[in-house]
Design a protein around this ligand. Structure first.
Ligand code: FAD
Length: 292
């Protein structure tokens, strides 16, 4: 089933994100964790893709398993930046062969050391190159793209970021999923600006439950997200007590989701990162709202 059809609901629905194992030895434990999450019957599950190709080989195995064994629609991520046309073509045919029709089409992060390289000869410079190709070769795919309420770290300013986002959507994105954010007002502000700019596709906010203090620096470094004082106080208070920090982080993410729903957003993507207990607790906290 296509994501674009799934997200036409009027009441709250959650989707969860998982990532594939880095090694074959870790495959079974990751598979089990993703199955535990699938048993929660989310609206869909997305499976990330290693930008450097590191874990990409397992993305489809996990996505296919979730879909076939649990009937949960899966969204396979695909990055293009360090790939050749030939590799991407091969990956697309593997996606099709796995029976998956939802693809999150991404550029991926520029591999370390190549930030200042001359990119003129690269087969793919931006996600839009992959999206155009997918749309042309597989018009039946439902294509997602990434967007950044606090602008992409490489962007000069938000105006330019939104201009490129509009081009990307026009090239064939059916929906967008946001980078994590910890202040819902930044999301509302971003939505207002992109709607003003004429971007009309559904936007699924991405919420990252921070469940241990060590995750904070990494999350900020990766996403460039603003940490509101309310969140910083929570980390200061509970950061040294793992169980309390986990509970507080889950409560914070739950609050964000409730606020989003209260403000008219019916689909929220949770960066559950192979943690069934976290996914379960968030879903449990929202059980009456979700009717589950
Ligand atoms: P783009 O849309 O290409 O944008 C990247 C930058 O280029 C932006 O600054 C943009 O403004 C600019 N730009 C875009 N188009 C143009 C243009 N035509 N001309 C000039 N500049 C342009 N990474 C992974 O490795 N694997 C994953 O599975 C993964 N999943 C993700 C899921 C979500 C929801 C999000 C938000 C991010 C994910 N990422 C993943 C991270 C993502 O790959 C990085 O953020 C990457 O740096 C940008 O990818 P993009 O697809 O947004 O790129």
């Amino acid at each position: 089933m296509k994501i674009i059809d799934i997200i036409k609901n009027n009441s709250l629905m959650l989707s969860f994100e998982v990532f594939p194992p880095k090694t074959e030895t870790a495959f079974e434990s990751v598979k089990t964790a993703t199955e535990e999450i699938a048993k929660l019957h989310p609206s869909f599950m997305s499976v990330t893709y290693g930008a450097g190709g590191g874990t990409s080989k397992y993305t489809l195995d996990i996505a296919k398993n979730i879909k076939e064994r649990y009937g949960v629609p899966s969204l396979a991520h695909l990055t293009c930046v360090s790939s050749t046309k030939e590799t991407v073509k091969q990956k697309i045919s593997e996606i099709k062969a796995a029976g998956i029709s939802n693809v999150m089409a991404l550029r991926g992060d520029i591999p370390a050391g190549l930030e200042d390289a001359d990119r003129s000869g690269w087969d793919y410079k931006h996600a839009i190159d992959l999206i155009r190709e997918l749309k042309e070769t597989n018009p039946d795919f439902c294509i997602g793209g990434a967007c950044y309420p606090e602008i992409h770290p490489e962007s000069v300013n938000q105006k330019e970021d939104i201009l490129y986002l509009k081009e990307k959507v026009n090239a064939g994105c059916d929906f967008l999923t946001t980078q994590m954010f910890f202040d819902n007002n930044l999301l509302y502000n971003f939505l207002y600006k992109i709607r003003e700019a004429g971007i009309t596709v559904p936007v699924i906010p991405g919420i990252m439950p921070i469940t241990n203090a060590n995750q904070v620096d990494r999350a900020i470094k990766l996403s460039g997200s603003f940490m509101p004082q309310r969140f910083k106080s929570l980390v200061d208070k509970f950061g040294s007590d793992p169980a309390a920090m986990k509970q507080a982080g889950i409560a914070y993410a739950t609050d964000q989701i409730i606020d989003l729903y209260a403000n008219g957003i019916t689909n929220v993507h949770v960066y559950s990162m192979n943690k069934p207990d976290v996914a379960m607790k968030i879903q449990g906290n929202l059980s009456d709202i979700l009717g589950k």
